[in-house]
Design a protein around this ligand. Sequence first.
Ligand SMILES: [Zn+2]
Ligand SMILES: [Zn+2]
Length: 278
Amino acid sequence: MGKENSILILGSGTSTGIPIPRCSCSTCTSSNPKDHRFRTSLLLQTAQGSNILIDTTPDLRSQVLINQVEKIDGVVITHDHADHIHGIDDLRPFCFGPPLHPIPLWTSQHNAKTIISRFPYIFPQLLSEPPPQQLGGGIPLIELHQIELKPERPVKSTILGEKFWHLPIPHGPYGESMASIHGAFAYLTDISHINPATVNYLKSLKLDLLIIDCVRDRPHPTHLDVPTAFKYIQKIAPRRAGLIHMNHDLDHDQLTKRAQQVDGVEVFPTYDGQILKY
Ligand SMILES: [Zn+2]
Ligand SMILES: [Zn+2]
């Protein structure tokens, strides 16, 4: 057997991160390090030795320092919310080398548009009216690759020589998040509903590992709640399922116990620094 692919959870928390500043609830004041959650992101380390970062959170700098990430060969962006892209500037140390080199970034056409409009100083060459040149500090060098997503149909991309499949999944009534599948791993963060065709497709993959949104107990307008995440996990039937994007209503140890009661699948809350192989 060859080397395995591996996932490093860089952040497992919702958009505020946990602890939430000024909150004194039991999760935010917990002494369990697994209740400390940076904004949701992961590093995929392929069996071939490439490091692919999924999402550039506002915690990116701390995440790469704590986990001693030495290189980022490519980036995938799931969607354009602040908690998933506002750390994009912290890619700078990874492109400055030496030698200076651009980092390729893959995302949907919709997300690419937002990224360019929100960070115009990074993409002067793509704009008809480039903003004044950024002086001091420099800009991350990003080579943008746009993926043309199709509703309910996975599309293929080749990222650093690796085959990926992507499909859009609703993230609330107005948004969508780009799900990615690599081998027997599927990543579905920031989703609120999975339509039956996508559930069937994911089930047909016989996944080894699914990482899926699970924000809190009560229903949420743009995320999966715990019972709904469990329901989809049972339908998709991977071997293992990790929960991600949790808020402070969810205590790691309590959620671990509840997740163990899901029939037929090994379910667990992910935590920052966790390594999972597939
Ligand atoms: Zn998010
Ligand atoms: Zn989001």
